[in-house]
Design a protein around this ligand. Structure first.
Ligand code: ZN
Length: 290
């Protein structure tokens, strides 16, 4: 079977709360990245955070993170797209990518509502979380990343996002294979499929053919382990981490401990784990920017 690419998602916008192992500062992120690389992760998807965990899109901070992570390991650096809010120009949303020159960056190829529903209270926590990514913006992001030789991680929150991937592939906007992240949603987030095997399987009929894409899966605000077996069996890749969920079921582990558990599950079903260099080859990526 094909090798498994593990993308660790160590922090996203999650606060530590009951799990103290979520890295905030560039030094904490670099140390966590090195431990996750040793455990078997090939890529780290990172968000810059303020020392108190607050949100920031600071290009300087992303640059510091990229330098510090690369000084400690060869794990591929994958930053978010500017998704704190949609204010600002497309170039502003890409500023940290242009400056920090990560190996990869997210490209959410569509728009959706990301509000959280609270069933116990029969109300929404927010009612205005429209995450807007127009086709014009997405084309701009894809073309800018191609110029920068940054591989897009194309985030797909539901089936129509995959139709946009089809169109962009047809237009030659992505270097093949495109790397697609199937974003499943728990914790009341209504903008994506549920974090279940049914939620994951609902994407399969719409996936572009093998060779055109590789796919990975994450579960926002939820435990990824219910879909790990299906992803492994279907040749997909995995994107676990504390950035999505605190994992009380595992006793509030570290990111590296989660990666090690995934590696053991992969090996048990005959899938070896890709190194960062192997991931780069599988994804047909440019050499690391200097
Ligand atoms: Zn992210």
């Amino acid at each position: 079977m094909n090798k498994l690419i593990i993308t660790v998602r160590p922090n996203e916008w999650m606060m530590r709360g009951p799990n103290p192992h979520i890295p905030y500062t560039p030094d904490e992120i670099a140390e966590d990245a090195a431990r996750c690389r040793d455990a078997g992760a090939a890529i780290m998807h990172v968000h810059a955070r303020l020392p108190d965990g607050g949100k920031t899109n600071s290009p300087e901070l992303y640059t510091e993170i990229a330098h510090k992570v690369r000084a400690k390991s060869d794990i591929l650096v994958h930053t978010t797209l500017g998704n704190i809010h949609n204010a600002g120009s497309d170039d502003k949303r890409m500023a940290h990518v242009a400056e920090a020159r990560p190996d990869m960056a997210s490209l959410d190829i569509g728009s959706n509502n990301t509000d959280t529903y609270l069933p116990g209270e029969k109300r929404f926590k927010t009612t205005d979380r429209a995450y807007v990514n127009t086709i014009e913006s997405c084309l701009h992001f894809a073309r800018t990343m191609k110029k920068l030789e940054v591989k897009p991680l194309v985030a797909c929150w539901s089936v129509p996002f995959l139709r946009a991937v089809d169109a962009f592939l047809d237009m030659g906007e992505f270097v093949e294979p495109a790397m697609v992240n199937l974003v499943l949603c728990e914790g009341g987030i209504i903008g994506g499929h549920r974090g279940t095997t049914d939620g994951l399987a609902a994407f399969f009929h719409a996936l572009p053919p093998p060779g055109k894409v590789e796919w990975t899966v994450c579960v926002k605000k939820g435990n990824i382990f219910p879909v790990v077996g299906m992803a492994l069996e279907r040749g997909g890749h995995l994107s676990p981490g504390l950035g999505d969920y605190h994992y009380p079921e595992l006793g509030y582990p570290t990111n590296a401990e989660i990666v090690r558990t995934i590696v053991a599950m992969a090996k048990a079903v005959g899938r070896e784990v890709a190194t960062p260099d192997e991931a780069r080859k599988i994804l047909n990526m440019s050499p690391r920017p200097l």
